[in-house]
Design a protein around this ligand. Sequence first.
Ligand code: GRF
Length: 219
Amino acid sequence: MANKLKVAVFISGNGTNLQAIMDNCTESEVVCVISNQATAYGLERAKLKKIPTHVVSHKEFDTRESFEEALLKILSTYQPDLIVLAGFMRVLSNTFIGVYKDKILNIHPSLLPKYPGLNTHQQVILNQDKEHGVTVHYVTEALDGGPIIAYAKLNVAEDDTSESVSLKVHQLEYQLYPYVIEQIAIGRLQCQDDVVYCDNAALPKQGREWKADHGPKYF
Ligand code: GRF
């Protein structure tokens, strides 16, 4: 059997995306979970799956460089093929990103490039948007601005609130994120010089729309 893709997951909170990844990925395996928050519930989720966890609190470091050095030191013991940011609330520097160039993924709760940053659901409701969604992209130094792999849309109903759309977004995330990771694991997707390739053909800049009914061979 071919070796599985080794994935390190970075979290800061609940870790429901981590749960979806641990439960649904078969071609990749989570080799460690790192949190910058000791109280992140995702750490318990990982422990239940017997996956090693590490807490690296940014508050214990004077500089971002030293915080990231601590992260890199832990990672070097696992040699991950991919770093998956799943609700990790720290911005990574160019130096860190350079070490794992084209090997860091993020999931963002909006249809990028719309609404990078925080409070995406609130902005959708405030602006009375009719649609919302989620985007998976490679991480570059541009905040929520790296090459997009895929996005999934949902309709916003008149009576939706930021809480209710957040729930809908999470349901999409649980399907989309493991799916993308698996496509990378089986070698169909990769990133080079800020271009995402699928089966060696460049994807469009806005990525591909993913729909639940597309089936496993969508990309
Ligand atoms: C998700 O909505 C993800 O898009 C964003 O942070 C949230 C993490 O949720 N980056 P969880 O910790 O996985 O439940």
